[in-house]
Structures are given as structure tokens and as C-alpha cells.
Design a protein around this ligand. Structure first.
Ligand SMILES: [Cu+2]
Length: 118
């Protein structure tokens, strides 16, 4: 008896939750992706993209020296060393390669590198 009551209550909760979820879905699908969950755009804003040429690759130090062009809103054109978020990002890179890269401004770390055709 007690068990049956409990499972009935549980079912009612499930049905209620489903109704709430399906009721919200049409509203949230009208919003731009990410606006419902605020943290996503805030994280995206710390990422900036740049283009440059690989000067040196230092696997041991997890570092890449780049001669890069101006990165709007972040820094002017210069040659400098950057840490990378993972050594796997350095794989296949060699001096002279043209690359496009994404930097996390807060950590000053390269999180993504794409090799461009020379
Ligand atoms: Cu720089």
C-alpha cells in the first residue's frame, strides 16, 4: 500500500516535470542559442582569433613562438611566445607554417590552432 502510493506520487512528479519541460521548449527555441543559459556567451567573449606565422615550436615548454598580425581588441602585431592548452596542438607544426589561432585572453593561452595553406 505504502509502496503503491509512493510510486503514484513519483509518477505524478514525472508527468508534471514533463509538462513543464514540454511547455518551456517552444519558448526557448525562439531564443538565440545560449541565451537561456547565460554562462556560454560570457566564456565565448574571452576568446580572440588571430593569424600569424610559426617562428618556433617548443614541445617541452608547451610553447609556440608566433609572428602575428594585429589581434583586434587584444594586441598589436608582434612576435612572441604563447603557451598552448595542450601539446597536441603543436603536433605537425613547424617554423614557417601560416596558422590561424584562438587565444583565451584571460589565461593568455592558445586553445586552438588551424594550419593555413601556404
Ligand atoms: Cu602578441
Amino acid at each position: 500500500m505504502k509502496t503503491r502510493q509512493t510510486s503514484r506520487q513519483a509518477l505524478a512528479v514525472l508527468v508534471g516535470a514533463f509538462a513543464i519541460i514540454s511547455g518551456i521548449t517552444p519558448i526557448s527555441s525562439m531564443q538565440p542559442v545560449g541565451s537561456v543559459f547565460a554562462p556560454a556567451p560570457a566564456i565565448a567573449q574571452t576568446l580572440v582569433e588571430g593569424k600569424g606565422k610559426v617562428i618556433a615550436v617548443t614541445q617541452e615548454k608547451q610553447e609556440l613562438v608566433l609572428e602575428h598580425g594585429e589581434i583586434k581588441g587584444f594586441m598589436d602585431a608582434m612576435t612572441m611566445g604563447y603557451k598552448v592548452s595542450s601539446t597536441s596542438l603543436l603536433k605537425g607544426l613547424k617554423p614557417g607554417d601560416q596558422v590561424q589561432f584562438t587565444i583565451d585572453k584571460n589565461k593568455s593561452v592558445i586553445t586552438k590552432i588551424t594550419k593555413l595553406k601556404n
